[in-house]
Design a protein around this ligand. Sequence first.
Ligand code: ADP
Ligand code: TRP
Length: 321
Amino acid sequence: MRVLSGIQPSGTLHIGNYLGMMRQMIELQAQNELFCFLADLHAMTSLNRGADLRAKTLQAALDFLALGIDPDKAVFWVQSTVPEINELAWYLSNITPVGLLERCHSYKDKLAKGLPANAGLFNYPLLMAADILAVQSDIVPVGQDQKQHLEVTRDIAIKFNNEFGETFQVPDALIKEGVAIVPGTDGQKMSKSYGNTIEIFGEEKVLRKQVMNIVTDSTPLEQPKNPATCNVFKIYALLATAEQKLALAQKYRAGGYGYGEAKKETFALLWEYFRPYRERRAELSQNLDAVQKILQKGTDKARAEIAKTLQAVREKTGAFL
Ligand code: ADP
Ligand code: TRP
């Protein structure tokens, strides 16, 4: 199977990104053809400040490599280094009904938050469809929030195939149950834009603070507590083993155990879980030239693959050959 997904390097990556998408990608690379990229063009819809975005892109590359993307197995690149994606987005735009894009929740949400209705924001799902269709992906691992974008991609692929003959593989989203919507420290979906994240590679002090800030109810320390409704427990459970989960649930139910203690245990669990990755990341960050080379190799491989799709699309749409 061909697997593709991307992530916007628009801020520091968090455990919602890791559990919702990155971990699935890393697991899938062993048995599949994996395409993984950093969606810097998409990030420009919310942030475009030259060196700042470039630095964030490099940091996200370090994150992904440290967590286990293997450049010998996977094709790993930065979106803007493959200009053919934008070319494909243009061809696709000519068969995409405006209504399809107008209905997208993420577009509507961003407008509701006061972002200006620029064409980049509006065309966001079209560029995403181009990312996916360009490499003929079968499967796209994402969190729940991207489900509608995958539906748009499928609609576009089917419409193009109907009008021009079989051209694109129609992809399926892969949304993993249990981690489709990882809660943030305030109980809403964890998101870079909500300020409620727990970072994967945060400094010890920052990470501890993020965990200590998880919102809880005001059940007094002595009283029994319900793990199922507690944000701290929910976050702990995401990375704990079955035994660890059971042990913490017992402490909750027994009473005499406060949320402060639970937060300390959660911090310790997170810190240990990511320790080997943190060490690997520190090594990689000492060798940025090697990281640049990995990305360059990824660009070359991605371009070669995408060129095949583009050739077929140019022929069919009438682009001058
Ligand atoms: P953010 O909302 O933090 O900006 P992105 O939109 O860049 O995150 O998402 C990158 C990937 O991580 C997507 O596949 C998205 O579905 C997934 N993801 C983001 N937040 C979560 C979350 N809280 N739970 C599960 N998956 C998530
Ligand atoms: N829109 C995705 C997000 O915010 C990122 C993305 C861009 C993507 N292109 C993609 C995800 C293609 C999967 C496939 O998370």
